[in-house]
Design a protein around this ligand. Structure first.
Ligand code: DC
Length: 222
């Protein structure tokens, strides 16, 4: 297998370091990076801004009219719905706290999983999410399941939020992360779950560089 064609699936709970790690691996190996969580967040943003509740048909119609796309800037990846830049809006607390509900709707998952498979159809991709190894790309060449303690994940998210200027209460953040884990792991359709053939990596107390190096060495073995 040529490294430039590899499909790497990185799944795990909220703030386990998936996106940071996935971006670095994509850069090192010159692969596409797809943040599937950003797609569920963008769908949630559309649902909230149009007061759709959990009306899947209306949400899908709006997603078709305003497709989710990605761009790049010097500050990193940009996310659009139609022409609108929603990069910052989709990280706000209202979206974060509503996204588990929207991502539990089967029709929405079906629609976004289709879009994700299309993007991955030529290979050469690192995708991070909750169901990449189990549902989106069950035949991915390398599957990683990243975990870390709730305490450490809350610390990481707290620092990230500070940098982005989003005000957060640390204790509340811990409660919200644990609650999102619970919802994401117990939903009926494609719950957060380690694929049988995924490699489990606990990143508690381990620096990003070491995690990246480990995954890259697995990728080279593939
Ligand atoms: O990775 P994130 O925290 O930005 O993801 C936001 C939410 O999207 C997460 O709580 C669950 C949902 N999600 C999902 O259901 N399936 C994915 N593949 C990615 C994210």
């Amino acid at each position: 297998m040529n490294l430039k064609d590899i499909r790497i699936a990185i799944d795990g709970p909220a703030s386990s370091g998936k996106s940071t790690v996935a971006k670095l691996i994509a850069k090192d190996f010159d692969l596409i990076y797809l943040d599937t969580g950003a797609m569920y967040r963008a769908a949630t943003y559309i649902a909230l801004s149009n007061n759709l509740g959990d009306d899947a048909a209306q949400l899908i119609a709006l997603l078709k009219e305003n497709p989710i796309s990605f761009g790049t800037s010097s500050e990193g990846q940009l996310v659009y719905t139609g022409e609108v830049d929603v990069t910052h809006a989709i990280r706000q607390n209202d979206v974060t706290n509503a996204v588990s509900g929207i991502s539990a709707i089967p029709e929405i998952r079906e629609y976004l999983v289709d879009a994700q498979r299309q993007i991955a159809s030529h290979g050469g991709i690192v995708m991070d999410g909750r169901d990449i190894g189990t549902v989106v790309l069950p035949d991915a060449e390398l599957k990683i399941f990243l975990v870390a303690s709730v305490e450490e994940r809350a610390e990481r998210r707290f620092k990230e939020n500070l940098q982005k200027g989003i005000e957060t209460d640390f204790e509340q953040l811990k409660v919200e992360i644990a609650e999102r884990d619970r919802k994401d792991s117990t939903r009926q359709v494609s719950p957060l779950k380690q694929a049988d053939d995924a490699i489990l990596l606990d990143t508690t107390g381990i620096g990003i560089a070491a995690v990246v190096a480990k995954i890259e060495s697995y990728a080279k073995e593939v």
